[in-house]
Write a protein that binds this ligand. Sequence first.
Ligand code: RIB
Ligand code: NA
Length: 309
Amino acid sequence: EEVSVVVVGSCMTDLVSQAPRLPKAGETIHGQKFFIGFGGKGANQCVQAARLGAKTAMVGKVGKDFFGNNYIQNFKDNGVYTAFVEQTSEAATGAASIIVNDAGENAIVIVAGANLLLGDEELQRAQATLETAKVLVCQLEISPHASLQALWMAQKSNVKTIFNPAPAIPDLHADFYKASDIFCCNESEAELLTGCPVATVEDAGRVGLELLNRGCVSVIVTLGPQGCVVLQSTDPTPKHIPTTKVTSVDTTGAGDSFIGALAFYISHYPTMPLEEMARRANLIAAVSVQTTGTQTSYPFKKDLPAELF
Ligand code: RIB
Ligand code: NA
């Protein structure tokens, strides 16, 4: 069976502390729990797509260290093809220090390490697999140059591209928009990219249109409990896709669950309307916020209602 979803992106070891609130500068506070998990936006998205049933391959870089070894085993445990996950002795496996407060909100510092050494050579080794896939997914936790190269490579071969500009940079190169079939970001990323505040569904529609006009085929702005807004160049009217109300315990990586689900739907149901894919991806991400951790909270196909497939 051929690989249908390729992710070119990051692997991070998540070092998570649960605390009543996020500390202020210079402050020390007591937390109630600490755990280590598998994270990184690229890997998260890849693992969610795999758990829904997509044949996935990860293109990434980890260190030749304990965390790196463990990470490759994690991919294998999730059925992700790992031939393009390379280990380097030049840098350590990426790490994310995460604090989650009692409201399920988080603050994250990433040290990308080995992720930043992923470049043209690694992309070339994965080229044949990338060009025969259905979907490519990229983010911004590796070098932006490598992400853009991968998106271009995919686009040339008519592979659908999903670009998640996270973490967002204010001066994102204009070519990223043109290389994106689906440009998918959350409200704070949309705000940073456009300079316009995003609080409401209407705001999301407005900034979505601005992003769409920069050259993407479709834009999705995710809004947490408010679901998301979808805009397409063929019909630029913003469509609000609401989601179910749930009690969130830990929203870390919910956006990655959404994008992984989206990649799965595009690869498996290419003719499904984008709004319907977004509606289903909303529901999958809503499952993920109800338990702790990133990948540990991502549902498998067998745990989800049959209507989602
Ligand atoms: O999107 C969530 C992810 O962001 C975490 O897993 C962490 O590794 C950071 O990269
Ligand atoms: Na979660």
